[in-house]
Design a protein around this ligand. Structure first.
Ligand code: TXA
Ligand code: MG
Length: 334
């Protein structure tokens, strides 16, 4: 049985979840990016349960979440100067830093790598839970493997109810896309996955940052094992649309309707397109990104084919947004 913890529940219920987490159970919890599915990062068996609950490939390592610096120091062998500056600037927040691991981290967490991904999340309930558990918490996004990440508790319940011990409701996630994964163990800092902290913000702190070439070139092997898998995909067919939304979508719609297919649309604003279901994400790119996964999941309930507007903006959240949308759509752009 999965116990759902609501905002208004007494703190003692959250403490109960923290204790379960420390003792090897699974707890889904809110973060500022997406919901996470947590287990004690020092406990091999507990971490194995994450992979079973999600149906996640074993070779995809997990991010370790910490609530204080003693915890950080317990899971890494050193914190280089560059990482210290990043931590100062962005923690707690949506930046995951790849560092050399310590002996204590379960090898299930790192999938056999000699590095570990670490971050301090900015959601107060996440920080409280980890602090009370008193152990670093390994947590992938709280969704079934391959599906869109969960940014609202109803989606976590949909995917994981009956598979985990507790689900904590912390409301909608503020960022709505995952953290930036940044590797500082190589010659120069490299973004392995774009996310909630933008490349410009990282550049301000480090002077310079590059991208893993595999992000742009599908023939290269990504340094982040998770980046090679199909991800974030709704069950419906998903097509990204650039340029004139109304014209392009209406061109497709009549034949889809003739085939008896229901059509859903996710776009920034009202273009006057009539479909079976239309959701507006907002014209502000942070707002649009925040609504992406929630909208894909909602439209998936109502439509067989989804068209999603791919904004033409650049900077800020855009590299992360484009990355998630392209993966979710398997690269299909109209
Ligand atoms: O915002 C987030 O990062 C969320 C919340 C819950 O914190 N978590 C999340 O975890 O997105 P997950 O498991 O869905 O994605 C973790 C990514 C994967 O692409 C994985 O391959 C990569 O981080 N990763 C983990 N450890 C790594 C390591 N040692 N080296 C390179 N990549 C690593
Ligand atoms: Mg994920």
């Amino acid at each position: 049985m999965t116990k759902i913890i609501q905002n208004f529940d007494a703190l003692s219920v959250l403490n109960e979840a923290a204790q379960t987490l420390a003792l090897g159970g699974l707890v889904a919890f809110p973060t500022e990016t997406v919901y996470g599915l947590g287990a004690n990062a020092l406990d091999n068996e507990a971490v194995s349960r994450i992979f079973v609950a999600k149906g996640r490939p074993q070779d995809n390592p997990l991010i370790v979440h910490v609530s204080n610096f003693d915890m950080l120091n317990s899971v890494v062998s050193e914190v280089p100067e560059e990482a210290k500056r990043l931590i100062d600037a962005f923690w707690p927040g949506p930046l995951t830093i790849i560092l050399k691991k310590s002996e204590r981290v379960s090898e299930k967490v790192t999938a056999g790598l000699d590095t570990v991904a670490v971050r301090m999340p900015a959601h107060p309930m996440a920080l409280y839970l980890i602090e009370q558990a008193g152990v670093p918490v390994a947590a992938p996004s709280a969704n079934l493997s391959g599906s869109p990440s969960t940014t609202r508790v109803e989606h976590v319940i949909h995917d994981l109810s009956g598979r985990v011990d507790y689900i904590i409701d912390g409301g909608p996630c503020a960022v709505g896309l995952e953290s930036t994964v940044l590797d500082v163990t190589g010659k120069e800092p490299q973004i392995l996955r774009p996310g909630g902290v933008s490349p410009e913000e990282i550049e301000k702190v480090l002077g310079k940052v590059s991208f893993d070439p595999a992000l742009k070139d599908a023939t290269k092997t990504p340094k982040s094992p998770g980046m090679k898998y199909r991800h974030y995909a709704p069950k419906a067919e998903l097509y990204l649309v650039t340029g004139n939304m109304k014209e392009k979508i209406e061109n497709e719609m009549s034949s889809l309707h003739n085939e008896g297919k229901k059509v859903g649309i996710f776009c920034m604003k009202n273009y006057g397109i009539e479909a079976d279901s239309v959701l507006f994400g907002g014209e502000d790119m942070n707002e649009y990104a925040k609504n992406l996964f929630h909208s894909l999941r909602t439209l998936d309930e109502a439509a067989d084919v989804i068209f999603a507007e791919l904004p033409a903006e650049t900077g800020g959240i855009m590299p992360a947004l484009i990355n998630r949308m392209m993966k979710a759509a398997g690269g299909h752009v109209l």
